[in-house]
Ligand binder design. Structure first.
Ligand SMILES: NC(=O)c1ccc[n+]([C@@H]2O[C@H](COP(=O)([O-])OP(=O)(O)OC[C@H]3O[C@@H](n4cnc5c(N)ncnc54)[C@H](OP(=O)(O)O)[C@@H]3O)[C@@H](O)[C@H]2O)c1
Length: 254
């Protein structure tokens, strides 16, 4: 099914949670959205629901840890759309909470495969398509838990954790810190090409990743990623913005 005339987006890990809400909102805004999911059944179900609302949302099989799957996804988008305007690297995992001293290195590796290496793999595969857009945007869905500054001061600017208490999730926090560094590194490479690359912290959202303990809805968590995916040409690059209820979010420290 070829695409003509629309802006094209790809959202990874979009079958549920925040990614699903990002895909839905981008569809509502009139974009043609490739809904990335590693499981066909879950992906097709999300696609079906959104298409029933009249949105141009297309399931695309995408396990971000599988390079051949990532290449096939890029080839399909190239064949159908010819380019990509917005890439939202949303897919993410976390290991069960344990202190760093009791976290098996295998758990850290597993989390990095998705949260770090998966982002690099998808970004590099999609960059040739993004370079064909006149206003390409890359959004990395990060977390305030990836902020080394806030971890060091044990001061959570979002107010979820009291002062002096900052979660010590070795795999998750450090994977998001790496993702933040990756965001700035790509932003600097792509600055001259006017490809804007930013990180978003969606806030504490009730989803499977945290056993639905968050206080925000996936739709609220999707707000800043969607804003960054649809930025005007005068928008920021190399920014780290977090949900705080304001239109453009709060600037977080790296
Ligand atoms: N919820 C929060 O409070 C919060 C706060 C800060 C940041 N975040 C970030 O927000 C993003 C979305 O998380 P969420 O809260 O919406 O969690 P979620 O409901 O657990 O969704 C995670 C999504 O990532 C997908 N995924 C995991 N590994 C994948 C892989 N290898 N390839 C492709 N997709 C994969 C999952 O697919 P399956 O269904 O197949 O597992 C699912 O669609 C993550 O990057 C997370 O770190 C969340």
């Amino acid at each position: 099914m070829t695409v003509s005339g629309s802006r094209i987006a790809l959202v990874t890990g979009a079958n549920k949670g925040i990614g699903r809400a990002i895909a839905h909102r981008l569809g509502e805004l009139g974009l043609c959205v490739y809904l990335g999911a590693r499981d066909e059944g879950r992906g097709r179900e999300a696609e079906h629901e959104m298409r029933a609302e009249g949105l141009d949302v297309r399931f695309i099989c995408l396990d971000v840890t599988d390079e051949s799957c990532v290449s096939l996804a890029a080839k399909r988008i190239e064949d159908e759309a010819g380019h990509l305007d917005a890439l939202v690297n949303n897919a993410g995992v976390g290991a069960p909470a344990a202190p760093p001293s009791r976290t098996p290195v295998a758990e850290v590796r597993r989390t990095y495969e998705t949260n770090v290496f998966g982002v690099i793999s998808v970004t590099n595969a999609m960059l040739p398509l993004l370079r064909r857009s006149r206003s390409a945007r890359i959004v990395n869905v990060s977390s305030v838990l990836g902020s080394i500054t806030h971890a060091a001061s044990q001061d959570d600017p979002t107010g979820v954790f009291p002062k002096g208490v900052f979660p010590t999730l070795l795999d998750y926090n450090t994977s998001k810190a790496a993702l933040n560094a990756i965001t700035v590194t790509y932003a600097n490479e792509l600055r001259e090409e006017r490809i804007l690359v930013n990180a978003a912290s969606p806030g504490f959202v009730a989803t499977d990743i945290n056993g639905h303990q968050g206080h925000l809805t996936p739709e609220q968590g999707a707000r800043i990623p969607v804003w960054l995916a649809t930025l005007g040409d005068d928008g920021p690059t190399a920014a780290f913005l977090g949900e705080d209820g304001s239109p453009t979010g709060q600037q977080l420290s790296w």
